[in-house]
Design a protein around this ligand. Structure first.
Ligand SMILES: Nc1nc2c(c(=O)[nH]1)N[C@H]1C(S)=C(S)[C@@H](COP(=O)(O)O)O[C@H]1N2
Ligand SMILES: [Mo]
Length: 317
């Protein structure tokens, strides 16, 4: 199997955006100096998401541990979204035309009141609030993101899971016409699927996010609605959700189906349990030079450790 862990350093990210800016400025000067001499070659397009990050909103500049928020430009230009590409720097560009409105989410399975929600209704009903969370990717990089979202529990309570429901299964949009990776990366079993145990799904830290930095999500971050489970590795945070089902059996995620020896169901952040290809004891916080130690449950142990009492946390995932 091929998973591309290509990473760019934050320095390169900033260098890139600065270079794009300089090239743009240069093109402008050239065309002013040599009018007509370079007809047909317009100025460089603006960097992806230009403007989006101009008026960011966050109530604080750090999380509860004092860690600085990751700059908006990094959050929207360094992404994992394999439906588009395995190249983190190219997700923003390749996903820019994803149609995210209108958008419906079908909630069903073992519930008393199955329902189809329009995303705009969800936003109205459950009034997204700010949640500043650390995001820890299994590739050992991390960010601190001010999400806008609402507890998944609110939605689940409304549909009333039956007593048979033990797990929640989530599915991303399947649309190969819009998502080139679903054609090109045919090795994966699309659509992207993820799952949570019902008590994890009902935990207050678990949210459905519809925005970051006070704005609606861009496609690269999982617009219009994605899951965020801050004590688990980032891949559990499934993007662009179209379906949520309450089920009896543990769902098989796309990653479990891809490589069951590397990816399990729980995927709780744990510095002592190494992934076969990436040590997990430390991480690179995007925007920082020094690596920092990884925290058990990504620093949320006080809130969530009780969910796993009696379980062997040394087993990977
Ligand atoms: N549908 C879908 N969801 C996904 C992914 C993906 O490839 N497809 N990548 C996951 C991984 S590995 C990570 S680390 C996070 C990254 O979220 P971000 O790009 O918003 O930072 O999204 C997760 N959700
Ligand atoms: Mo990830």
């Amino acid at each position: 199997m091929k998973i591309n862990p290509s990473e760019i350093t934050p320095e390169r990210l900033f260098y890139l955006s600065r270079r794009q800016f300089l090239v743009g400025a240069g093109a402008l000067t050239m065309s002013t100096l040599f009018l007509g001499g370079c007809r047909g070659k317009g100025p460089e397009p603006p960097p992806i998401g230009a403007g989006y990050c101009d008026s960011v909103q966050a109530s604080r500049s750090t999380d509860e541990l004092g860690d600085s928020l990751t700059p908006c430009q990094s959050v929207i230009n360094y992404n994992n979204y394999y439906e588009f590409t395995t190249s983190k720097e190219d997700v923003a560009d390749l996903s820019r035309n994803l149609r995210t409105s209108p958008w419906e989410i079908e909630v069903g399975g073992l519930v008393n009141k199955p329902r189809v929600y329009d995303v705009d209704d969800l936003r109205q009903k459950f009034a997204p609030e700010e949640r500043i969370y650390r995001l820890r990717c299994v590739e050992a990089w991390s960010m601190v993101i001010p999400w806008l979202g609402f507890p998944l529990a609110k939605l689940l309570k409304e549909v009333e899971p039956t007593s048979k429901a033990k797990y929640v299964r989530f599915e991303t949009l399947y649309d190969p016409e819009q998502m080139p990776g679903q054609k090109g990366l045919s090795f994966y079993q699309w659509p992207y699927v993820e799952g949570l145990r019902l008590d994890e799904a009902l935990h207050d830290l678990t949210i459905l996010a519809t925005g970051i930095y006070g704005k609606s999500l861009l496609p690269q971050n999982g617009a219009p609605v994605r899951l965020v489970v801050p004590w688990k590795y980032g891949f559990k945070g499934i993007k662009s959700i179209v379906k949520i089902d309450l089920v009896e059996e543990m769902p098989t995620s796309l990653w479990m189906a891809t490589a069951s020896n590397e990816y399990g169901f729980y995927a709780n952040v744990n510095p002592e349990v190494h992934h076969p290809r990436w040590a997990q004891s430390s991480e690179r916080r995007i925007g920082e030079l020094e690596r920092r130690p990884t925290l058990l449950f990504n620093g949320y142990a006080e809130e969530v450790a009780r969910l796993y009492q009696g379980m062997d946390l040394r087993k990977f995932f």
